[in-house]
Write a protein that binds this ligand. Sequence first.
Ligand SMILES: [Zn+2]
Length: 672
Amino acid sequence: MHHLRFRQVHLDFHTSPIIPGIGQSFNKEEWQETLKKGHVNSITLFAKCHHGWHYHLTKVGRMHPNLGFDLLREQFDACKELDINVPIYLSAGLDDAMLDEHPEWQNVFVDSRNLSASVSSPLHSGFHHVCFNSPYTDYLVRQIRETLTLFPNCNGIFLDIISQPDCCCVHCMKVMRDHGWNPLNADDRRKCMNYALERYYQMTTNCVTSFNPDMPIFHNSGHVTPGRRDLLSKYFSHLELESLPTGGWGYDHFPLSAKYVHTLDFDFLGMTGKFHTTWGEFGGFKHPNALRYECDAMLAYGAKCSIGDQLHPSGKLDESTYELIGEAYADVEKKEAWCDNVKNVAEIGLLIAEGVNDDHPRNCPGDVGAGRILLEGHFLFDVIDAEADFSKYRLLILPNNVKIDSTLRNRLASYVAAGGKLLLSGSSGLDANGKFLFDVGAECEGLSPFRPDYACLNQAIGPDCVHTPMVMYLPSTRIKVTDGIKLGDVYDPYFNRTDHQHFCSHQHTPYRPTPSGYAAAVRKGNIMYLAHPVFSIYYGWGSVPMAEYARKAIRYLLGEPEIITNLPSTARLTLMEQPEEHRYVLHLLYASTVNRGSGGNIEGVQTRGSIEVIEDLLPLHDVKVDIRPRREIKKVTLAPEGTGVLFNVDSSGRLNFKLERFTCHQMVVLEY
Ligand SMILES: [Zn+2]
């Protein structure tokens, strides 16, 4: 397994050919001092950018027209003198310089409205996508080979923008013709797309590993797709989770991605940005507290850290940026010893639709909603795919939308037979005909015609603050309890709000005074089924009572959780094990994000919409933690401080302690 360093920078350098004086302000001593100030010990530098220009002397590619010397060589040697690692970046999926010479290597989209991910018209500015079925891929391989030959002691090859759209260029048309695929058929075009991607992965990875089998390689698509173990195991040496919380990914993408990646055999890093918004924002900064929180979160979720920056065309690193990075990385440096070679401790497996369904739907509302519920409820969990080892978990949650084939059904049935617990909701657990795949103690009569309807839940699973029918914004599955335990009733509305005759008041129609006869939730033994897609509802509407319902339902089925805490829902908690050090490291993490900025047109300029920012780090007081440790704990201390923590162990073996206060991030070490 490739072992990564903790304090990395991903230094973007996509530079227009009409900007003069590239690299003219590069100064070796200043470069070195700035990186030292930033506590950086690895920096990804550019061989070739999205514009298609190289930043070193090249016989294969095209050097930036306004660069007069070997900039990458100077940057590279300056870093190596300080023992700073240098992985090298090449833009793979975007290359405007080469597409100027070979326009026939560009993707031709079926839908002409989508000319490219970043260009909506030939007249608009933005990068252009290459087709991996075209001879471009051979050109890319020659570029990679030259880079490796020039920089054989680089610390990896980072290839970016690995995607292939629904392409009908001449090369794809030939591939389809040769394989007997019909370009008019969307499934056949998908085959052609996968063929191009496989071609890309094989050719580039072979190039790197045949040069040096130990050379790290990473292919970036902005997201690691759960369930694609076939690709990950064959073509990746480690993983980099690009996830800029204010750049469109949000603050919950990284934790959930990390919790999936943790179940695989990879070292990985989280990648945020120093920008207020996202990549390419020259002069954009986030508050030091935000970067500190984001780096602490990477440590808490078992990742190494990477911060995205973009180098000015002059080649001079930005002073304020490296002060900002230095503040965060000085803190990381003190904490590394407790964060290396860690394993996530989990009692719940969240089996997501993205990791199971063939089309790997990204941002599935049920997946993300359930992830949020588990993060906010401080549960110990992994995000898993259909191939995961289920026996590690006391409870599996299948949020809405998980399609269960016969192999998965049998695996889940064996898991339950061996004592595992299963929480199903919405369409998860139903077959294609809408019938239950498991004995949940109820019969299914299909989807309710009403939207919304209402649930009146038993106190075992209902929110403490609501005892009356609660609106459920998405339709329920109609279930009649047979020999299960009914945990709540569905109330139907008088009618759906549809036309000028069928409406009542400002929103949806009120509930009828008597229950519909259908159950809102049922449990039989170790299986529980929630009739509403509760996790999708929470994702979409964010109602707090809905979160409480979901959390209570999970606790009701799980039994006593491994960790109980009084942390607020905005705080996060993870438990990592460092087996070689004979210790657990509990991470407590807290910052509140707030939406700032507005959507729309401000004085004639379109904004990016409101952005979640972190400015203040407020301390949390009297934090209680009650844990059922898997091993006998000898000593509890704070890290990195080393201060001892008084703790009690009760007769059932649960250990508890209280922290007077912490700010942003606290590690608590439990030695065994
Ligand atoms: Zn093509």
